[in-house]
Design a protein around this ligand. Structure first.
Ligand code: SF4
Ligand code: SF4
Length: 459
């Protein structure tokens, strides 16, 4: 097996409760898991049985368009699982093997599944264009879950999931280091604004628990500092949590049980600080998990759940902004645009912060993926990821000269600067929407104190 990434070792898998399966048992285990999936989800079976091989999805997929590899056409990618499904779970596959597209389960099929299911960003763009609405991302994620159960998962994803489970954050840092980082950022904010802007950790009786994206304490600090400034200005009573430091949930990319386990942590973290509202930061997949899976997996939550961009957009009138003299665009994260419908608030906010806002073509839910989502940010996949970013690079090139790409998702923020540099647009900066707000905000200390004095807390 030679996938474009390192597979996790047995002992790493053990840390997150996943065993490995003997070679002799792989086929039986795969078929058993497929059987469970088809019984659990009628849509899974329907999507595997429906494809007419019309080919419409090919031009919708940045992975195929960027790599020129026919195996990356959505129908071909899903076709590996579809062929096994047809062979073992349909009457026509059993009777007419040659003409039905059925395929025996063998080592070649297994290698293709591992390799091509991790060249899909699970962006769901193909589903928008398929005449039957076949969502190849759903097939891919089901397939990745099956592969994980066989002990086949990328080392990078497993190590992040392990850190999330053990410490509540992807880098595995503990509370003293979290507090140190926040103190450092508070110092920076004080130096910049002259104000005592706090980034609290585990503050009891906080109205709001804020779950930033995974990189905001280290690499994308401007996003967290932007949020801290805006919260300060609005008089928000908020805190971070050392129980769950960030919104990320890598379980989405490869294992539903880990997704659920990590998602339950949000409830524990909110209860620990007494929060009545949880606000998620600029993390595309984290927001999709929280919004779309939390209540389905574990029942109603006893707090309000909101994305920071919706929260701030609803209070935009209370912010005094000085437009930045830049030309900027917005990259719609797939997990926002096609995952949760978060499309209007980011635009409203970027428009309010800059002198010139321009849209990519296409945009909103038809926007192309940047190529970094769904756990593919592995170093060893960098060259491949640059190919996956080719369509996005073309969209941005059409807007040049351009100063800034607002990309309110940690994975997009990691991928896009590399794509911009690779395709000769290194002068165009990339960052979050909260970063822009932090820079455009005209701080008004007196107004905040008045707000607090009258108990005017933000609901
Ligand atoms: S567009 Fe839909 S039906 Fe056509 S090949 Fe793709 S997945 Fe199959
Ligand atoms: S989900 Fe996205 S990357 Fe995956 S096959 Fe569909 S269009 Fe391609």
């Amino acid at each position: 097996m030679n996938p474009p990434f390192h597979l996790a070792k047995k002992e790493d898998l053990k840390h997150i409760g996943i065993g490995q399966v003997d070679d002799s048992a792989i086929k039986a285990r795969t078929l058993k898991l497929m059987d469970e999936f088809r019984k659990f989800s009628r849509s899974f079976s329907a999507m595997l049985e429906t494809c007419t091989r019309c080919g419409t999805c090919a031009n919708a997929c940045h992975s195929y368009l960027g790599t020129d590899d026919f195996n990356n056409i959505p129908a071909a990618r899903a076709g590996y699982l579809r062929a096994i499904f047809t062979r073992y779970f349909t009457w026509y596959g059993r009777l007419f093997r040659r003409f039905s597209g059925a395929r025996e389960f063998d080592d070649d099929t297994l290698c293709s599944l591992v390799s091509y299911f991790y060249q899909c960003n699970a962006c769901r763009r193909c589903a928008l264009y398929c005449p039957f609405g076949i969502d190849t991302a759903e097939i891919v994620l089901a397939g990745r879950n099956i592969l994980t159960s066989l002990g086949l998962a990328p080392s990078f994803i497993v190590s992040i999931a392990r850190n999330e489970i053990l410490t509540g954050n992807n880098t595995g840092i503990l509370k003293p280091a979290i507090i140190d980082s926040c103190s450092f950022l508070e110092e920076e904010l004080r130096g910049e604004t002259g104000l005592d802007i706090k980034i609290p950790v585990d503050k009891p009786d906080s109205e709001i628990l804020y779950l930033p994206s995974s990189s905001e304490l280290f690499t994308n600090v401007d996003t967290l500092m932007g949020a801290a400034k805006v919260f300060h200005h609005l008089g928000v009573d908020w805190t971070l949590s050392s129980v769950m430091l960030e919104a990320a949930n890598y379980g989405l990319h490869f294992d539903l049980e880990i997704l659920k386990k990590q998602n339950r942590r949000m409830r524990v973290a909110a209860a620990a600080v007494g929060a009545r509202k949880v606000i998620q930061g600029e993390c595309g997949h984290g927001w999709r998990v929280a919004r779309m899976y939390s209540e389905g997996a574990d029942g109603p939550v006893n707090f309000q759940l909101e994305h920071v961009l919706d929260f701030v957009a609803a209070r935009l009138q209370r912010l005094s902004l000085s437009r930045l003299p830049i030309r900027a665009t917005l990259h719609d994260s797939c997990n926002y645009g096609r995952g949760t419908g978060l499309l209007d608030s980011p635009r409203l906010l970027v428009r309010a912060c800059v002198e010139e806002f321009v849209e990519m073509t296409p945009n909103r839910e038809r926007n192309f993926c940047c190529g970094g989502g769904s756990g593919l940010l592995m170093d060893e996949m960098k060259d491949l990821r640059m190919q996956l970013g080719k369509m996005k690079a073309g969209q941005i090139k059409d807007l040049q000269p351009l100063d800034y790409v607002a990309a309110p998702c940690a994975s997009c923020k990691a991928q896009l600067p590399l794509v911009l540099k690779h395709y000769g647009m290194g002068d165009t900066a990339c960052g979050g929407v909260m970063d822009l707000l932090g820079r455009a905000l005209v701080m008004d200390n007196e107004r905040r104190i008045e707000g607090n004095a009258t108990g005017n807390h933000v609901k």
